[in-house]
Design a protein around this ligand. Structure first.
Ligand code: ZN
Length: 431
């Protein structure tokens, strides 16, 4: 008897052209976000395809989610197919949105150009190649192992690039990722085909505003300059905060290595009068700035508590206040995400690990992402901790001009996914 693994490999190899075609079809639907275009069209396209393969398909609009409107509705798709016997459900979740094209392209970003064994285009790597690979993997598995136990789900969700509130968060709040429905989640984000991503660091975004008093620019001593107050905040950060963050090392295997510590980015800063429009040919007026606003982006570790992260900033501002007259400020929370990390021995991790060993003949690297992705919602809202990111594509190419995904990488990742399905949903699987 032929080894079922070999039959899966052959089946995926046979579908190589179909995998390329599917990726190109997806890239040709320009699902730019913001504002969130063509979500309905891409979901309809996937619905037709998956229904032909026997999936029951639901389309869910995230009504009332941020950005949702009749002009830009936040459509999501959830497809499910049941096996012959009861068992676990393996869910593949991909986001359908892509980021702005930007400059520097040498190919049409929405044509799906195939060259040198790669498919080029916005969203090929992040993450329509991964979505296509998961569909081909599921189809190959259904062909070879029709008697499987449990269920397979494939979701295509909106708005990951802008926080996922009109996508995975919306579905998770409605029970789509609850542990009694879904037991294993694989998110085919582009982490490279030989790496398993266990989770991500935490995020705290805040806006700090220092306050001053307006006055004439020729007599700044009669006003109070909010920008100078902010300058001292940044100076304090340079001398105390940045060195302290560099000392905070994590046991999380974050890649790249430089992100294996706490970090803060000063995301934007603005003080004083609004910038003058480009077409205005006059001069600014002489005014002492009475307000300066800075947005900070603090990334924290699983070893840190968000309350301590905020306290650290409060302490810093207190030190600045102790040495400056009339130091007044407001600190506003904008957004926070808890860090998450699936256990190394969780069932989905072991199934994909075994599959990588079978397909690539090497042990995968276990990594953690420096930035967040939709796993945060599956963990915190869905309460499901058996979740990883695994998919084809080179992470560094995401959001770049001439983004591409390698065809061999997609085929290998599809094999890994199909073998992982076999491990989790069949008796002779090795999960
Ligand atoms: Zn992505």
């Amino acid at each position: 008897m032929i080894d079922p693994m070999d039959r899966l490999f052959t089946q995926v190899d046979t579908a190589r052209d179909a995998l390329v075609d599917l990726t190109r079809d997806l890239v040709r639907i320009p699902t730019l976000n913001p504002p969130g275009e063509y979500y309905r069209e891409i979901c309809e396209f996937l619905k037709t395809r998956l229904e032909q393969r026997g999936f029951a398909v639901e389309m869910v609009r995230a009504e009332g989610a941020p950005g949702d409107s009749d002009v830009y509705p936040r459509w999501n798709l959830v497809a499910r197919i049941e096996g012959r016997n009861p068992g676990d459900c393996v869910h593949f979740n991909s986001h359908i949105d892509v980021v702005d094209v930007g400059h520097g392209w040498t190919v049409d970003p929405f044509e799906g150009v195939v060259r040198d064994g790669k498919v080029f285009g916005r969203g090929t790597c992040d993450m329509k190649g991964g979505l296509a690979a998961s569909i081909i993997a599921a189809e190959a598995f259904l062909d070879i192992c029709p008697d499987f136990s449990g269920a397979i789900e494939i979701s295509a969700t909106a708005d990951e690039e802008t926080g996922g509130y009109g996508g995975v968060a919306y579905l998770a709040e409605r029970g789509y990722f609850s542990p009694d429905r879904v037991q294993h989640v694989i998110i085919p984000e582009p982490l490279n085909k030989d790496r398993i991503c266990l989770g991500h660091r935490g995020v705290w975004w805040a806006e700090l505003e220092t306050k001053g008093r307006i006055g004439h620019g020729s007599m700044p001593f009669l006003g109070d300059c909010a920008v100078r107050h902010m300058g001292d905040v940044i100076a304090e950060m340079e001398t105390t905060l940045f060195p302290a963050l560099a000392e905070k090392r994590t046991a999380m295997p974050v890649v790249p290595e430089g992100a294996r510590q706490s970090t803060i980015n000063l995301n934007s800063i603005h003080g004083g009068q609004d910038e003058l429009p480009d077409d205005f040919t006059g001069f600014p007026a002489p005014v002492v700035p009475d307000s300066c606003r800075m947005v900070i982006d603090r990334r924290f570790l699983i070893e840190e508590d968000i309350a301590d992260v905020k306290q650290e900033m409060a302490d810093l501002l207190a030190r600045v206040g102790a040495r400056r007259d009339d130091f007044r400020f407001e600190l506003r929370d904008l957004h926070e995400v808890q860090p998450t990390m699936t256990k190394r021995d969780a069932p989905v991790v072991r199934a994909v690990e075994n599959a990588v060993i079978h397909v690539l003949d090497k042990t995968p690297d276990f990594v953690v992402s420096p930035g967040t992705y939709d796993q945060k919602h599956i963990d915190r809202i869905g309460r499901l901790q058996n979740c990883i990111a695994y998919g084809p594509g080179i992470l560094d190419l995401a959001h770049q001009p001439d983004e591409y995904v390698g065809i061999d990488d997609m085929v290998d990742a599809a094999k890994v996914m199909s073998v992982a399905l076999s491990g989790l949903l069949t008796e002779n699987g090795e999960g």
